[in-house]
Design a protein around this ligand. Structure first.
Ligand code: CS2
Length: 487
């Protein structure tokens, strides 16, 4: 019988393993959102930092809802296989940085112990864009967000990010323990300031005496995180089993490329992530904008257009010549909206992205990227569209991406079968669908807090989106792509 991955002993030679003794290092980080991206990004960075510079920086991982991560990692002593894939092939690496896996529901007391422990100096987060409950038009809390609404009513038994962090920061302060640094690792614009605004506003409502303390004493460094990480599947676990000779329920796979740009503001210390290649800078914003507008913007465009054109995976999209040219056009249009970054060649970055998207060894589903469009569009597509409009640059690429999203929002493939939308505003989206493309565009653009005023007020933007949506609906996505490519 194949043994479960529980120890580093006996792993095959070709499998990389931690360059340190995991049990010799204490926990210094609590991570909220124990999903594939954390396991493929911050965990391996920390693994390398521990090997190079030691320290008590292992991670207590917390899943806010799903018990799955605990069931997968618990019996494996936190060990899991990361399979890194690129054009040269695939390599397996066992990661030892995760010391414990907890699930908030059943493990509430242990989660609070970890969050309030003096040894915990960083709380990092990957809870996806929709996990925070920020009202992006005000920067404060969104009272309609389920976890925010719950936590305002039950501040002593929170289920969401804001409620948990405020409770923990309050307990630390009362005990005379320094606050932890809050490290947001989600693809949100100015993510440190965004979470800071959320927590300060939540505190104003739930624990007013903490608001000033948080604003003045808690550090929220901004980050840009990057690694393409498809959702794990049975094939991921089968590959891990084949490579390690062990059953690994927690295996993840990702591209070999990895990037982390971090604002260096950690008053109570941090792991030596630079040992693993992280870049510490004083201003993350230009890197973040580059990544959100180019990588993520092109990703969203190709996910909607690709899914509707029948492409299940990103690599299939890149094999579709016409659509690949539109991906390239999108990257160029997004790059044109960015200020120059010293040491970064945007053309080379775009070329590298084309190669990463085409990675034939990754099965990255367009349907995965398509989810949560209302949370992603503003920073990926709409902000650069506004910048392009204001600078008098072409808006075609952004209008095409927006129309493709609107086509996707109909919830119906071209063969007439339904598909899920998987968007927190799904109900409002469905209610906005109208009889004509022009009415649909108008209704979707009128959804509160989604489209910036500059776009809503622009006749040329509205016409550019409407014309494209009309074509997509009347002629099909493939014809719309061909037409766009010819233009
Ligand atoms: C993708 C990202 O699912 C998505 O929306 O665009 O997860 C993307 O793969 C990562 O940001 C890459 O770093």
């Amino acid at each position: 019988m194949t043994p479960r991955l529980t120890t580093l002993d006996g792993l095959p030679k070709g499998v990389a393993r931690p360059g340190y003794l995991p049990s010799a290092h204490g926990v210094g980080i609590v991570h909220l959102g124990l999903g594939a991206f954390h396991k493929a990004h911050q965990a391996p960075y920390t693994d390398t930092a521990l090997a190079v510079a030691a320290g008590d920086w292992r991670i207590a991982g917390v899943s806010l809802r799903s018990p799955k991560p605990t069931l997968q990692l618990g019996p494996q002593n936190g060990l899991f296989t990361l399979i890194e894939r690129d054009s040269k092939g695939s390599r397996a690496r066992v990661i030892g940085a995760i010391a414990r896996a907890l699930c908030l529901g059943p493990d509430r007391a242990a989660v609070m112990d970890a969050l309030t422990a003096p040894a915990t100096r960083i709380v990092s987060l990957t809870v996806t864009e929709k996990g925070y409950g920020v009202d992006r038009s005000t920067g404060g809390i969104d009272r309609g967000h389920k976890a925010i609404a719950h936590d305002l009513l039950h501040p002593d038994a929170p289920i969401g990010v804001a409620g948990l962090l405020i409770l923990a920061l309050g307990l630390r302060r009362a005990a005379g323990v320094a606050p932890f640094t809050v490290l947001c690792c989600d693809n949100l614009p100015d993510n440190g300031a965004l979470v800071r605004g959320l927590l300060v506003d939540f505190a104003r409502h739930a624990a007013p005496d903490l608001a000033d303390h948080i604003a003045a004493e808690v550090a929220f460094p901004a980050t840009m995180v990057d690694r393409i990480t498809p959702a794990s599947t049975e094939a991921t676990r089968a590959a891990a089993r084949q490579m390690t000779g062990c059953l690994d329920e927690a295996a993840v796979e990702a591209e070999s490329f990895c990037q982390w740009v971090i604002e260096d503001h950690f008053p109570t210390g941090r792991p030596a992530w630079e040992a693993a290649g992280a870049l510490f800078v004083s201003d993350v914003r230009p890197y973040e904008e580059m990544k959100l507008r180019m990588l993520n913007g092109a990703h969203s465009m190709l996910a909607y257009a690709g899914f509707m054109a029948g492409h299940a995976h990103v690599a299939d999209v890149m094999a579709d010549r016409a659509l690949a040219r539109l991906v390239h056009r999108h990257l160029g249009a997004a790059a044109a909206t960015l200020p120059p970054l010293p040491d970064v060649d945007l053309e080379a970055y775009a070329a590298a992205l084309m190669g990463r998207f085409a990675n034939p060894h990754l099965r990255h589903a367009t349907f995965q990227i398509a989810m949560d469009g209302t949370e992603k569009l503003p920073q990926r597509i709409l902000a650069p569209a506004v910048a392009a409009l204001e600078a008098g640059q072409p808006i075609d690429a952004f209008a095409f991406a927006t129309a493709a999203w609107m086509r996707y929002v109909r919830g119906m493939r071209e063969d007439g079968t339904a598909h899920d939308l998987r968007d927190p505003r799904e109900e409002a989206l469905r209610a906005a669908l109208a009889d004509t493309p022009a009415e649909t565009v108008r209704a979707l653009m009128a959804l509160p807090g989604l489209f910036p005023r500059a776009l809503r007020d622009s006749a040329s933007w509205t016409a550019a989106v409407t014309g494209r949506l009309e074509r997509m609906l009347a002629q099909g996505m493939k014809a719309a792509i061909a037409e766009e490519d010819r233009a």
